[in-house]
Design a protein around this ligand. Structure first.
Ligand SMILES: Nc1ncnc2c1ncn2[C@@H]1O[C@H](COP(=O)(O)OP(=O)(O)OP(=O)(O)O)[C@@H](O)[C@H]1O
Ligand SMILES: O=P(O)(O)OC[C@H]1O[C@H](OP(=O)(O)OP(=O)(O)O)[C@H](O)[C@@H]1O
Ligand SMILES: O=C(O)c1cccnc1
Ligand SMILES: [Mg+2]
Length: 606
């Protein structure tokens, strides 16, 4: 999908009378429910009214943006663009869709449905900030241009596809920030997410926002995200058969096949109970452990031993089913040492309850003592994973207390975006038939910024972004320019605008935000040609975005790099410094106010 290559097309006999379908190379949206009917009913009412007024083909420009950063923070990560591109590439109404629409809109003329049958997004252009970028309020994340009736239908699905994606990516980025670079972050949210789409989206976007892996197998398959998992309580307690009548506990003796080959394959051992008990007894005698261990739970030991036989090379145990320090840790260490004798290296433990700071520190002390006393190099570095209702606050609290956790498994708070339900993206008309439009509001923050715009980000000489600015598309790129906060010119800022090619200059560099090369242009001309020769209905046109859709890995790296470039005080959790409010050129500032005065009704003081 080279930037400027012409769109490709091929004749597809199977198209079967339906109008040209858009398919590969862009691919379908991840969720098959993301179809042209996935919009609010009023979008169809508007489309009908545009059509009835003969305005449906008017050229509209809409901006998608948000007004306030989520989670009380001062930054947002933009996500969901790829799904929007896939959405428009596949946008069309099936015969069934049309019949349904006719049934729910019986008041509309039949010819409107003939019009709907023919539409797709071939005349729609999308300009966007690259996915994974750090973004700020008011700057258009996406600009959508095209026939007003079609673009109107895109409002709801676009906002839907961007809102949660950006919110959860930002949430993940915030968790990464508080956990620090060196910790492993695992997304465990599938069971708690808002339905299958919430879960799949969460896995994709948490990875984008800096998580290392997910427990969600389907997400691993769909997006190539690394999969990780630990060990469950059910497996441990499945070994605990205590009968009140017989006072029996399932034990090591009950494991049917206890044979395990040594790692190098040279020997085969029968792991009898004494293989473990000798270590448990050793722990009791070890000076460094100060007699902290007494009797452990035997059914838990049986569960660990049995699990080790299944996964000798990746032995990992959940140690909090009965008692972390009195049972889970010594049982784990006994099995890990038995494996060590056979040449295997255990992976670590998971803590899922209790005081995670205290328990992780105590567990680490035991691992280090065993490394020393039993002469097992590396045992002290056993990986400690923690889970259980973790969130930014608890991780921050753990950091302040000091802890020995290496990996955090996070579910509920992460994927449900517990501390903020929605981002609040909006999609506003800013121009129609080249005439700038404005939406006024009593709330000044809600007044839309009219015109087709170009957006830039200015970086200071220290490499931090300074401010995002917007100019009218028709304005030449200024070299030296005054910019005003878009609603008040009280704070005029003077910027020296430089070309990217002159980055070495000491003032600032300028980055285009709305990627002018990255926009999508769909092949309307090609469609017209095929229609003209009577093949319009049998041709399958493959839409090609002008810019290549980057891989998830690439988007993730962009996100990480941009977050690193933010000034630390913008990203800190407590009272972050606001990024400078989006600014506009003096020309655009004057124009906004001219339009405002023009459109606002003149009131009378009585
Ligand atoms: N040292 C700590 N500092 C702050 N918060 C912690 C610390 N250790 C654990 N937490 C958090 O405290 C909360 C404890 O929750 P809760 O009382 O439900 O768990 P629990 O009683 O330890 O476990 P469970 O009920 O699952 O057996 C969790 O949100 C956990 O992440
Ligand atoms: O706590 P979260 O951040 O949502 O992470 C996922 C949780 O899911 C699992 O147990 P589950 O919660 O199903 O059982 P539990 O309530 O007994 O821990 C796991 O042990 C975690 O505790
Ligand atoms: O692998 C795990 O430990 C896991 C996965 C999902 C939820 N809770 C735990
Ligand atoms: Mg839990």
């Amino acid at each position: 999908m080279a930037g400027t290559s012409a769109p490709s097309a091929s004749v597809d006999a199977s198209a079967n009378g339906s109008h040209a379908a858009a398919e590969a190379p862009v691919g379908a949206p991840t969720n098959p429910m993301a179809t042209a009917l996935l919009t609010d009913q009023y979008q169809f009412s508007m489309a009908y009214a545009y059509w009835k007024a003969g305005k449906h083909a008017d050229q509209a420009v809409f901006d998608l943006y948000f007004r306030k950063n989520p989670f009380g923070g001062e930054f947002t990560v933009f996500a969901g663009l790829e799904e929007c591109v896939k959405f428009i590439a596949n946008f069309r109404f099936t015969e069934d869709d049309i019949s349904f629409l006719q049934s729910v809109m019986p008041m509309c003329e039949g010819a409107f449905f003939d019009y709907l049958k023919k539409i797709d997004c071939s005349d729609v252009e999308v300009y966007a900030i690259p996915e994974g970028s750090v973004v700020f309020p008011k700057v258009p994340l996406i600009r959508v241009q095209g026939p007003v009736a079609v673009v109107q239908l895109l409002e709801t699905p676009f906002v839907n596809l961007i809102n949660y994606a950006s919110l959860v990516t930002t949430n993940a980025a915030r968790h990464r920030h508080v956990a620090g670079k060196s910790k492993v972050l695992l997304e465990f949210g599938l069971r708690r997410a808002q339905g299958p789409d919430g879960a799949i989206s969460a896995s994709k976007y948490c990875f984008m926002g800096g998580f290392d892996a997910t427990s969600n197998v389907l997400a691993g398959n769909l997006f190539g995200i690394p999969l990780r998992g630990t060990h469950s309580h059910a497996f441990v307690s499945s070994y605990g058969q205590i009968s009140l009548l017989f006072l029996s506990t399932e034990s090591l003796d009950d494991i049917p096949d206890k044979s395990l080959k040594s790692k190098d394959g040279s020997r085969c051992f029968h792991l009898v109970p004494s293989s473990y008990f000798k270590f448990l007894v050793g722990f009791q005698a070890a000076d460094s452990l100060c007699g902290v261990f007494g009797e452990t739970n035997q059914s838990e030991l049986a569960a660990f031993a049995s699990y080790a036989l299944a996964f000798p090379s990746n032995f990992l145990a959940l140690v909090d089913t009965y008692d972390v320090m009195r049972s889970g840790i010594p049982n784990f260490c006994a099995v890990a040492l038995a494996l060590h004798d056979l040449g295997y290296k255990a992976s670590g433990i998971r803590l899922d309850s209790g005081d995670l700071a205290y328990l992780s520190i105590e567990a680490r002390k035991v691992f280090c003592a065993i490394e020393k006393d039993f002469n097992v190099p590396g045992f002290g570095k056993m990986i400690i994973t923690a889970s259980n209702d973790l969130n930014e606050e608890t991780i921050d609290a753990l950091n302040k207390q000091g802890h020995e956790v290496d990996a955090f498994g996070i579910g509920t708070y992460l994927v449900t975006c517990y501390s903020q339900a929605a981002l609040g993206c909006v999609f506003k008309l800013v121009e129609i038939n080249s005439k700038p439009r404005i939406k006024l509001s009593e709330d000044v923050a809600k007044v839309s910024i009219p015109c087709k715009k170009r957006c830039f980000r200015l970086y200071g000489k220290e490499g931090y972004p300074l401010v995002d600015i917007m100019i009218r598309e028709s304005e030449p790129t200024p070299k030296v320019c005054y910019f005003c906060s878009h609603m008040s010119n009280l704070k005029c800022l003077k910027f020296i605008m430089l070309n990217l090619s002159r980055q070495e200059n000491e003032y600032s560099v300028v980055i285009h935000l709305l990627n002018p090369k990255g926009h999508m242009l769909f092949p309307s001309m090609l469609r017209s040609f095929y229609s003209a020769i009577g093949l319009g209905n049998q041709v399958r046109i493959f839409y090609k975005p002008r810019a290549e859709l980057p891989s998830l890995e690439k988007i993730r790296s962009r996100c990480m790099q941009q977050l690193e470039k933010l000034r630390p005080d913008h990203i800190r959790r407590l009272n972050p410094t606001p990024y400078k409010q989006v600014s506009v050129s003096a020309k655009l500032y004057d124009f906004i106010h001219y339009l405002w005065l023009n459109e606002a009704p003149v009131g009378e003081l009585q």
